[in-house]
Design a binder for this molecule. Structure first.
Ligand code: PLP
Length: 375
């Protein structure tokens, strides 16, 4: 990475070299439109089918249950709006720490007349199952949408438990797994979900590609109207290079997951050792059961924004909250929901290490933080 230290992998990841190589033929030579019936489109159709098989296998799904989208935001919007389908008698349960792609999609259906109930979380960021049962037993809930892993604090939610509860009350279960796919083992059957959102650029694929898993038999409206692509459910010319690259990257990340995650644990431990040697007063946010490499800290009496800019000057790239919120200097909804004490909350930063980081990056970042704070 030269003299740059990139540790914002929860915002986006570097494209994997093999995934990049796999894209090239589809960009330069075999560029035909996969939906055409001539022979110049045959290879493309086959490549899409193979990619669908690979992705399905990585998450324990059937190929016909994988629908390619433009990424996490579209998958979340489709799951929520497609299931609610202007049925104003139905309600949604979601959590207070979801990504804005889910929160704003819920707000949109709320404007159409649906009720939305927000689950509180405990100080580790784990959603309340008790409140979930109360909401489900009290109203006509059509959909429960709770993220698999939080993008700011990395906490992994008890999705299979929530899903079985949702099903007990006849609701469908959606999970935003954007931060989890390619990073922790995922099996849609074990999770018991009906819908699962994923985004390629969070697991070393190109940006602008993702998928929505839709369990066979789930009642959902098509999201994009137009051509007959994606079994008639998501119109638009297929992005063959990115679809192929996403399958290559996901398969590679899944097969190397154990080694990658062991390395990330070592990197995290070096980061904390170095920070502790500097006697920094901080709180570690999130649960111990979290996405490997995701570190959220709240440092006492410090401005996270100041730290972010000072690190930026040193070519160290991290985040103060979620990337999509980087314009926003307010304390994020997630940090508020987990009730970080007020003298720590403003000093919140997120460092998200990825498979391309080395142990030396952890040392560089922690030493730079200590150095900035000691001055
Ligand atoms: N959901 C979560 C949890 C995310 O972290 C993100 C991106 O940060 C998204 C959804 C949106 O994904 P995309 O950038 O692919 O639209």
């Amino acid at each position: 990475m030269g003299d740059v230290v990139y540790a914002d992998n929860a915002a986006t990841t570097k494209l994997d070299q093999d995934a990049f190589n796999a894209m090239i033929p589809w960009l330069l030579d075999d560029y035909g439109n996969a939906s055409q019936s001539y022979t110049f489109a045959r290879k493309q159709k086959k490549a899409i089918a193979e990619a669908r098989n690979i992705i399905a296998e990585c998450i324990g799904a059937e190929p016909e249950e994988i629908f390619f989208t433009s990424g996490g935001t579209e998958s979340d919007n489709w799951a929520i709006k497609g299931v609610m389908d202007a049925d104003t008698n139905a309600s949604i349960v979601t959590s207070s720490i979801e990504h804005h792609a889910v929160l704003k999609a819920c707000a949109s259906v709320e404007r159409q007349g649906n009720s939305v109930f927000y689950l509180p979380v405990d100080p580790k960021g784990i959603v309340s199952i008790k409140r979930c049962r109360e909401f489900l037993s009290g109203s006509s809930i059509k959909l429960v949408s709770v993220m698999l892993a939080n993008n700011e604090i990395g906490t992994i939610e008890p999705i299979s438990e929530i899903a079985s509860l949702a099903h007990e009350y006849g609701a469908l279960m959606h999970t935003d797994a954007v931060q989890a796919v390619g990073h922790i083992p995922i099996n849609v059957k074990d999770l018991q979900v009906d819908l699962l959102s994923a985004s390629g650029h969070k697991f070393n694929s190109p940006k602008g590609i993702g998928f929505l898993y839709i369990k066979k038999g789930t009642s959902i409206k098509p999201y994009m109207d137009g051509g007959a692509q994606e079994f008639g459910f998501r119109a638009g010319t297929e992005n063959v290079p990115s679809i192929v690259a996403m399958a290559v990257a996901l398969k590679k990340n899944c097969s190397e997951m154990k080694e990658n995650n062991e390395k990330l644990k070592r990197i995290e431990s070096i980061f904390f050792q170095t920070l502790n040697q500097g006697n920094i007063d901080y709180i570690k946010n999130g649960s111990d059961n979290k996405i490997p490499g995701n570190v959220s800290l709240s440092i006492k009496g410090v401005s996270g924004e100041m730290l972010f800019h000072r690190l930026d000057l040193k070519k160290i790239f991290i985040s103060t909250g979620s990337a999509c919120d980087s314009q926003n200097t307010q304390i994020s909804h997630v940090i508020k929901a987990i009730a970080v004490p007020s003298d720590y909350a403003e000093g919140t930063i997120r460092i998200s290490f990825g498979k391309d980081n080395e142990e030396s990056d952890a040392q560089t970042i922690a030493s730079a933080i200590v150095d900035i704070l000691k001055r």
